[in-house]
Each structure stands twice: as structure tokens, then as C-alpha cells.
Design a protein around this ligand. Structure first.
Ligand SMILES: C[S@@+](CC[C@H](N)C(=O)[O-])C[C@H]1O[C@@H](n2cnc3c(N)ncnc32)[C@H](O)[C@@H]1O
Length: 222
């Protein structure tokens, strides 16, 4: 299974707004100073092409019946669902992550949700080897905020664990944009095999430390 949280290339309607540092786009209310990250300044067409390449590589590395879950926000949701279909995956649907209160703007609908587009490599077992479950299409889990944050766009471990339930116990999970390592932590907690990649040296170190701490905690508790 590929569970990925790539840069959204979001944060503004215009290209110049998107080209601002990620901290300026995503952290203006938190008051936290965390390192900026890469790959977040493409226009929608470039983003679609880029994600098509990433998803095509992921498709070729996945066994038949494997699952893909990709995070995205509303701005690049169309580009992402296009890229998924262009790269060979069978598009299965869109899940909503209701992340709780977000900054509102007078006279507009709140952007409370981010999305997870999911797909499979051809036919998928129903369900793989994790029992006969129906999984929710909407997840109400608060985002990580304030001084608990160690990455600018960190996802809650609980959310990732819920998404991973669609995978079989023996599957290997890959997150090619692991940031602070949240998917890895969720995999360790669930006893799943995990492979992760991160381009930023700073965030790679954060993720490695976090995974080692999680491993040590589990060894200590057994
Ligand atoms: C949205 S963040 C992931 C956050 C992560 N889910 C977490 O909870 O911490 C995306 C990450 O992908 C990294 N990234 C961008 N381009 C990359 C690439 N080509 N290869 C690997 N990592 C990349 C960024 O540095 C950033 O840390």
C-alpha cells in the first residue's frame, strides 16, 4: 500500500501566492517556527504532471490488488484525481478528513476538510485479509496544533492508523513524502512493515528520531 501525503502545492489562488515559503502559507496562525519544506510551489498543471510521474512509479512498485491513499486539499483535488487515473490506478473515491476548526473568512464557507483520494491496482480483495469491514468515508479527527507540531503540515497518527486498516496485516506500507514520519509511527504501532522517503535533511532527521523513539517505547513496554 502507498499512503502518501505529498506537498499540496497549495496556499493561494495565484502562482505568486503559491511560491511563498511554506511556513508563511501554512503556519501564520500557529506562531511556531518549523523548517520550510520542498515541492510546494507548482501551478496546477505542473503539479498534475509531477504527481502523474510519482504515482506511475508507485503503481509499478505495487502488487495487483494494492491500495493507494493520497492526501490533498480542495485546490489540487481535481489535479490529483486526474493524475491518479493517468498513472494506471483504478480511482475508487474521495474520503473527507474533517480536521476541526480552521480559520474562517466572513461571507465564505469554512475550509474544514482535507481529502484523501483512494485507488487500487486493479481489482482489490474485499477486504484484503483484515476481516469483513466497511470503512468510513469521513474522518473527524483534530489536526495537530501549536507546540505539539514538529512538521508544518503534520497529520495525526490516529488518522493514518484508521486509513491503514484497509491494508492487510502482512502488507508493506510506503510513504514517499514522510515528513516527520507520522505514517511510520502509525505502522510501528500497528505492527506493519514501513518504507519511507524524505527529501529535507532536517525532516529526515526528525522522522528518524521519532521512529527510533517509538521503537524504543514499544520494546520498553513488552
Ligand atoms: C505534506 S509533507 C508530509 C508531512 C507528514 N505527513 C507528517 O505528518 O509529518 C510533505 C513532505 O514531502 C517532502 N518532499 C517533497 N518533495 C519530496 C521528494 N521529491 N522526495 C521526498 N520527499 C519530498 C517535503 O520535504 C515534506 O516534508
Amino acid at each position: 500500500m502507498f499512503l502518501m501525503d505529498p506537498p499540496y502545492s497549495s496556499g493561494g489562488i495565484t502562482l505568486s501566492a503559491r511560491k511563498q515559503p511554506t511556513g508563511k502559507k501554512y503556519l501564520n496562525r500557529d506562531g511556531t517556527s518549523l523548517p520550510d519544506f520542498f515541492g510546494d510551489a507548482m501551478d496546477s498543471r505542473a503539479y498534475c504532471f509531477y504527481m502523474r510521474e510519482v504515482l506511475f512509479t508507485a503503481f509499478n512498485k505495487t502488487k495487483p490488488g494494492g491500495i493507494l491513499c493520497v492526501f490533498i486539499d480542495w485546490r489540487n483535488l481535481p489535479a490529483m484525481s486526474d493524475a491518479i487515473q493517468m498513472s494506471g490506478w483504478t480511482w475508487r473515491g474521495i474520503l473527507a478528513w474533517d480536521k476541526g476548526t480552521t480559520r474562517g473568512q466572513v461571507g465564505r464557507f469554512r475550509q474544514d476538510c482535507e481529502f484523501i483520494v483512494w485507488a487500487s491496482k486493479g481489482k482489490t480483495d474485499n477486504p484484503p485479509d483484515c476481516g469483513a469491514h466497511i470503512f468510513p468515508g469521513c474522518y473527524h479527527i483534530s489536526s495537530v496544533i501549536g507546540n505539539k507540531k514538529i512538521h508544518q503540515t503534520q497529520k495525526p497518527v490516529e488518522l493514518i492508523k484508521r486509513l491503514l486498516k484497509i491494508s492487510g496485516d502482512k502488507w508493506t506500507i510506503c510513504d514517499p513524502f514522510m515528513g516527520s514520519g507520522t505514517t511510520g509511527v502509525a505502522c510501528l504501532q500497528m505492527g506493519r512493515n514501513f518504507v519511507g522517503f524524505e527529501l529535507s535533511k532536517e525532516y529526515y532527521a526528525v522522522a528518524a528520531d521519532r521512529l527510533e523513539e517509538q521503537q524504543a517505547e514499544q520494546v520498553h513496554n513488552t
